[in-house]
Ligand binder design. Structure first.
Ligand SMILES: [Zn+2]
Ligand SMILES: [Zn+2]
Length: 343
């Protein structure tokens, strides 16, 4: 039996075809019938310029929720037809990073990840089934449940800062990631300023509770930040654009003793410059964050299931799988935040 799926042949060339077989589960594996997948900046970047971790041709899409279509006999705790949500990777548990508790840096994490959520079915390997597959509660729609992966990334970002104290935060970037940071920080009672581009995204930031919003212009951001904080500056800056010039600007946007979380991945081969005096005399701390651990996924699952984050606000439309490319074009034109793709 064949299924419909999206295959990225080359950057800019995405094919929706019915050439792939519906996968069969091997030992420990589960095949999910995808009910909703979401567009993500990573997929869009892969579509536009290719991706170092995605050799082509490749299936695409990694945020999804659906129903269990089939499962191996040795899988416990799940049954056929059950609605589930998952993320597309899981650590090995055995390498030198996993055994140090750095499971987000697991040596085989990226090689073993599954892509192909823009399809009718997706097969989850045993390590995902064991660690990162959850039953979907009725309170969540499939679209909302598909937010598990991006939310886990953002939860991880804040967990990297768990020993830092901060009250006032500047988020640069009002895309899905920046807006998820905003929602999570407001839930935790922080004061949040969002710098972004485009009226739609800034209006969304306002609606989601941002205390102030501003244009993410490098010429005016430092001044606007001081104005929004009565000259005190912010305790924490979160970089969520992945642009080199924004990375470089971040140490200049935080108060002395403050912290910067560099979250947005830059293009391959990029390098950045900082003023060392700022880092030394003002003790600015720079943190990186990548991906998530199973504990982050669990935390994201608990948050989503609790219904406290109105994540459906970030899903600004719906497209059938055949029209996936149109949804990408809308994102490129700045006319949406995330779209649900329904196979
Ligand atoms: Zn994603
Ligand atoms: Zn590992």
């Amino acid at each position: 039996m064949r299924m419909k799926s999206a295959i990225l042949i080359n950057p800019g060339l995405l094919e929706i075809n019915s050439k792939s077989d519906i996968p069969e589960p091997g030992p420990g594996e589960v095949v999910v019938k995808v009910r909703a997948a979401l567009t993500c900046g990573t997929d869009l970047k892969a579509y536009l310029r290719g991706h170092p971790k995605i050799p082509l041709p490749s299936p695409l899409g990694h945020e999804f929720a659906g129903d269990i279509h089939s499962l191996a006999d040795d899988v416990r705790g799940f049954s056929k037809g059950e609605p589930v949500m998952a993320v597309h990777s899981a650590p090995c548990g055995e390498c030198s990073f996993c055994t140090r508790g750095l499971e987000n840096l697991c040596k085989s994490l990226m090689d073993e990840k599954v892509l192909g959520a823009y399809a009718q079915y997706i097969k989850l390997p045993a390590r995902i089934v064991k660690q990162n597959l959850y039953k979907k509660p009725d309170v969540l729609s499939y679209k909302e449940a598909a937010m598990l992966e991006p939310l886990a990334c953002v939860v991880h970002g804040l967990n990297v800062l768990k020993d830092i104290s901060y009250e006032t935060v500047l988020i640069i970037g009002a895309g899905p990631v920046g807006l998820l940071f905003l929602m999570l920080l407001k839930m935790r009672g922080k004061r949040v300023i969002v710098a972004g581009r485009g009226e739609l995204r800034l209006a969304m930031a306002r609606e989601l509770g941002a205390d102030a919003v501003m244009d993410a212009s490098l010429d005016t951001m430092a001044w606007s930040t001081m104005e929004a904080t009565d000259g005190l500056g912010v305790d924490l800056v979160i970089e969520a654009t992945g642009k080199r010039e924004v990375w470089e600007a971040t140490p200049g946007l935080v108060r002395p003793g403050g912290t910067v979380l560099l979250f947005g991945g830059t293009a391959p081969g990029e390098s950045v410059c900082f003023d060392p005096a700022r880092l030394h005399y003002d003790e600015i701390k720079l943190y990186g964050a990548f991906h998530f651990t199973p504990a982050d996924v669990r935390e994201a699952y608990v948050i989503l299931s609790g219904g406290k984050l109105d994540v459906k606000k970030l899903i600004t439309g719906e497209y059938p799988l055949d029209r996936l490319m149109e949804s990408f074009d809308e994102l490129i034109a700045g006319r949406g935040i995330k779209f649900a793709i329904i196979p």
